[in-house]
Design a binder for this molecule. Structure first.
Ligand SMILES: [Zn+2]
Length: 245
C-alpha cells in the first residue's frame, strides 16, 4: 500500500493565487517565469515552490493566513517558512503588496500559527505511521529495530524521533541511529508524544517508512526554525507588531 504523503503541505496541486509580486517592474516576463518557481515575498529570492509556504490573503483581519496546503483560493503570497522571511515580508511590505493595501500584521502570531500547523502535520503523520505498523514506540522496541538484520545488515528504522525532554537511553539510541546512517529529529515532549498513542509518556520512536520519515523530518526542521531557540527570544518582541506599508 502506498503511503499517502501525497497530500503534502506544499504539494504541486491547489490554487495558484498571485504568488509573484504584482508589481510589473519586478515581475519576470512570462517566458522567464518558470511554473515551479516562486518569489519569496520576504527575502525576494525566486526559488523552487516546494521551499516556500503559501499564505492566503484575506480582506479582513488577520489579513494573512497560513495556507501550507495551498487550498484556500484567492490572492496569496509565498514565503520561506522561517522567522526571518516572515518578518521581512511583514516589514518590507511583501504581504501588503499581495493584499494591495496597507495591512497590520503580527509577524510573531503568523509564525506561531504556522509552526502549530506543522506540529499538527507531524503528529498526524506519526499516527498514520502507527496505524500502518510503520512505527516502533519506546526504548526497547527502538533499540531492537536499530539492530542490523542478520540477513541483510539493514536496520528497520528510517528516522529516529526523540522527545525534547527525553533522557535515559536517548544518547545511546541517537548514536546508534547516526552510526547506521539514520536521521534523528526532535519532536514535542514525552507527554505530547505519549498523548498521540494513549500513553503517559513516550520518549523515543522509530519511523520505519522512509516517505513518512522524510516528511516528519521536514516538519520538525520547519518547526525548529520557526520556534527554536536559534532565532532567539528577543526578535519575537521586535517583530511583535509591525505595520506593513
Ligand atoms: Zn525567503
Amino acid at each position: 500500500m502506498s503511503v499517502a504523503v501525497a497530500e503534502k503541505f506544499d504539494g504541486t496541486d491547489g490554487a495558484e493565487g498571485e504568488d509573484i509580486s504584482s508589481s510589473a517592474s519586478e515581475r519576470p516576463s512570462s517566458d522567464e517565469r518558470v511554473a515551479s518557481e516562486r518569489l519569496c515575498v520576504g527575502c525576494r529570492r525566486t526559488v523552487p515552490r516546494e521551499e516556500l509556504v503559501r499564505f492566503a490573503i484575506a480582506d479582513v483581519a488577520p489579513y494573512v493566513v497560513p495556507d501550507p496546503q495551498r487550498k484556500l483560493g484567492g490572492r496569496g503570497a509565498s514565503v520561506h517558512p522561517t522567522r526571518e522571511c516572515i518578518q521581512l515580508a511583514v516589514k518590507k511590505g511583501g504581504f501588503a503588496r499581495a493584499a494591495k493595501k496597507s495591512v497590520t500584521i503580527d509577524a510573531a502570531a503568523l509564525w506561531t500559527s504556522l509552526a502549530r500547523l506543522y506540529e499538527q502535520r507531524s503528529d498526524s503523520l506519526l499516527i498514520a505511521a502507527s496505524r500502518r505498523n510503520m512505527l516502533v514506540i519506546g526504548t526497547d522496541a527502538v533499540r531492537e529495530a536499530l539492530r542490523p538484520s542478520e540477513k541483510t545488515g539493514e536496520v528497520r528504522i528510517e528516522v529516529l524521533v526523540v522527545a525534547s525532554d527525553a533522557e535515559g537511553r536517548r544518547e545511546e539510541l541517537e548514536a546508534g541511529a547516526a552510526r547506521m546512517g539514520r536521521r534523528c529529529c526532535v519532536i514535542g515532549t514525552k507527554n505530547s508524544l505519549g498523548r498521540l498513542f494513549g500513553r503517559d509518556e513516550v520518549g523515543v520512536l522509530g519511523i520505519l517508512d522512509s516517505r513518512i520519515g522524510d516528511e516528519v523530518v521536514r516538519c520538525a526542521e520547519i518547526v525548529s526554525g520557526l520556534c527554536g531557540s536559534r532565532a532567539g527570544e528577543t526578535d519575537a518582541k521586535a517583530a511583535g507588531r509591525a505595520v506593513a506599508e
